[in-house]
Design a protein around this ligand. Structure first.
Ligand code: PGA
Length: 250
């Protein structure tokens, strides 16, 4: 399984700033051919990612999508528009969207379907709200996966990226979950996916206060297939260091 390391810039970086970020970042990671990298700019900066990343080893995508394909949904963006900008990844169900926009598992499920309909890869974010131990986290996460991935075919499940992001580990002042906590949840997710995807390997990546210090220890944990980085990646040199983390081949 190729490791996958990406960032969502959330509501940061204008298109102009994004272009500068990408110009600084790409030369630092061009030599990394044993892993997949991606960036998820805000909607207005996706075209800058397309312009700067076409022909490089770095993929790009969006942080959200509307479940429907077109119509009277002022301010929203549909999957076809993202596909047209060369997006390969679309994040759905982030804790901040659930919090700020009241997104339910049913809405997230419809967004996953839209992403597949347009030939892109969903990055589905799941995670418990409060720290109550990894076993409790597995229960919450698997229940959420059941709902958010309802109706998804085995083939689609095998292509889904699950981002385990405990809400309590995300953002300013938070700390990352420990590698052993993360490993327990990831292995639980893998077992669930294997049951339903006939053993085909979807990737399970971790997000929540990832920085250069914790990245190697988290990536070394069995069941962790990659990292999803927020605020630490707003500086391209920091993200390049995380993206360059030494990874032992399995
Ligand atoms: P953070 O965000 O790295 O700033 O904690 C992580 C995320 O929300 O994916």
């Amino acid at each position: 399984m190729r490791p996958l390391i990406g960032t969502s810039w959330k509501m940061n970086l204008t298109a102009t700033e994004a272009a500068g970020w990408l110009d600084a970042f790409v030369p630092l990671v061009e030599h990394l051919t044993d892993r997949d990298l991606f960036v998820l700019p805000a909607f207005p900066a996706i075209f800058a990612a397309q312009a700067r990343l076409t022909g490089t080893t770095v993929g790009w995508g969006a942080q959200d999508v509307h479940p429907e394909d077109a119509g009277a949904h002022t301010g929203d963006v549909c999957a076809e528009m993202l596909r047209d900008l060369g997006c390969t990844y679309v994040e759905v169900g982030h804790a901040e969207r659930r919090r700020d926009h009241g997104e339910t598992p049913a809405v997230i499920n419809a967004k996953v379907a839209a992403v597949f309909r347009w030939g892109m890869t969903p990055i589905l974010c799941v995670g418990e709200a409060w720290p109550a131990g990894p076993e409790a986290a597995v229960e919450v996460v698997l229940g959420d996966l059941e709902a958010c991935l309802a109706g998804t075919t085995a083939d689609q499940l095998g292509r889904t990226i699950v981002a385990y992001e405990p809400a309590w580990a995300i953002g300013e002042g938070a700390r990352a979950a420990t590698p052993s906590e993360i490993g327990i949840v990831h292995r639980g997710v893998h077992a669930w996916l294997c049951d339903r995807a006939g053993g085909r390997g979807a990737r399970v990546i971790y997000g929540g206060s990832v920085d250069e210090d914790v990245a190697p220890r988290i990536l070394a944990e069995p069941g962790v297939d990659g990292l999803f980085v927020g605020r630490r990646a707003l500086d391209p040199r920091h993200f390049a260091r995380i993206a360059s983390t030494c990874i032992d081949a399995d």
